[in-house]
Design a protein around this ligand. Sequence first.
Ligand code: CMC
Length: 447
Amino acid sequence: MSQTTVSEPGVARSSTAKKESLTVIDNRTGKTYELPITHGTTRAMDLRQIRVSADDFGLMSYDPAFMNTASCTSRITYIDGDRGILRYRGYPIDQLAESSNYLETAYLILNGELPTKPRYDKWVWDVTHHTMVHENVKDLMMGFRYDAHPMGMLLSTVGALSTFYPEAKEVHDPLVREKQIQRLIAKIPTLAAFAYRHSKGMPYVYPDNDLSFCGNFLNMMFKATELRYHVNPVLERAFDVLFILHADHEQNCSTSAMRGVGSSYVDPYSAAAAAIGALYGPLHGGANEQVLRMLAEIGSKDKVPAFVKEVKESGGEVKLMGFGHRVYKNYDPRAKVIKQMADKVFEVTGRNPLLDIALELERIALSDDYFVKRKLYPNVDFYSGLIYQAMGFPVDMFPVLFAIGRMSGWLAQWQEMVEDKEQKIARPRQVYLGADERPYVPLIQRS
Ligand code: CMC
């Protein structure tokens, strides 16, 4: 607990000097407490001293869904949701999307600095030489039903990797951590591509070390009978940008899962499996899949006004998928980059016919009072699915693609958590509102 001061009832505290603290009067007891403010936060543990009697547990803060609770300090990603700013380690997202590639950005996120040329080369070599998976992983994947969702397959196989690398338990050993980080970043595209090939009933394609991170992924996804699959450089670059945009987003649902599960000091494969599970949900990484389903359901541009009306009148039940964000109350900067990139991709793949519906939805929503008042803007998922679909990815694969990019962020946040001396096993409190103690009633006596 940090330094706090308490005054007895009636003791006035008069000071005009500006202080970084909060004065709280407990009207139940008349006591006054002065709680320090650090980095714009007060510590929830400082509330514990506020009690009505010696046997009172003490005051807690109640914050379902962590609407206003910082659970950690971090030096990785900065977001200003009101101004639409996103930076990794201080670098603006649009500059990274313009000039960096995914592996360089992953290095930055994980290590705090852009790599020098020798460090970059070593990092690329290390990742490239960890893309293979054990043959038994392939057998494990063969066991899934033909129509298994690739995200379910990814989740299970990432978790299963912990059994192949038992040393990963040594989470306090930086060298062991470094190796698992290389493995996870390198292997997730392989597992993602295997999951896709499984659903198609096609043979799995092994990694090719002559290709770039994104080129290798496209090769493992789409190579058919040709001796050498031609990686289209526009699509290869588009993936670099998409993975950069998805690489980290501070304490979102899946990252909180990674940190929360990782805080028990389980191995990172198990923690990453939990993060993939969180990402799978339709309110998180599953949203891009839902956007495409929504656009297909709307069917044509002229039906957009009726759909928007339905959303508004549903009382929150029907949502405009790909719109809104807990943090961004302005245009999501990632959506801006993706929208600009879409045209380049469509020049290669042909225009996605659903784009017109999406543009019309955006146009109407951005001028409609319902959305304007609630500050609902397109988020990263609104346009990414259109690009993925135009490239030939089935909708089931969209959250999987999100997971490939986000793996670097999850691992950076996990590493930061493990090294943070202030962190302990995550264990939120609850406010119990259930039944008081009562005696057990045997089954036969229950009416
Ligand atoms: N369509 C229609 N209304 C919406 C939407 C939407 N997409 N999003 C929020 N609202 C309304 C909501 O009903 C509420 O209205 P009211 O004040 O009348 O009750 C108000 O806006 C505030 O919404 P909220 O649910 O309190 O906001 P939240 O911060 O809890 O939820 C969200 C954020 C992203 C879960 C939500 O906006 C949403 O469900 N969006 C659609 C799903 C989506 O696109 N998710 C991807 C997020 S970005 C990628 C990622 O990082 O995962």
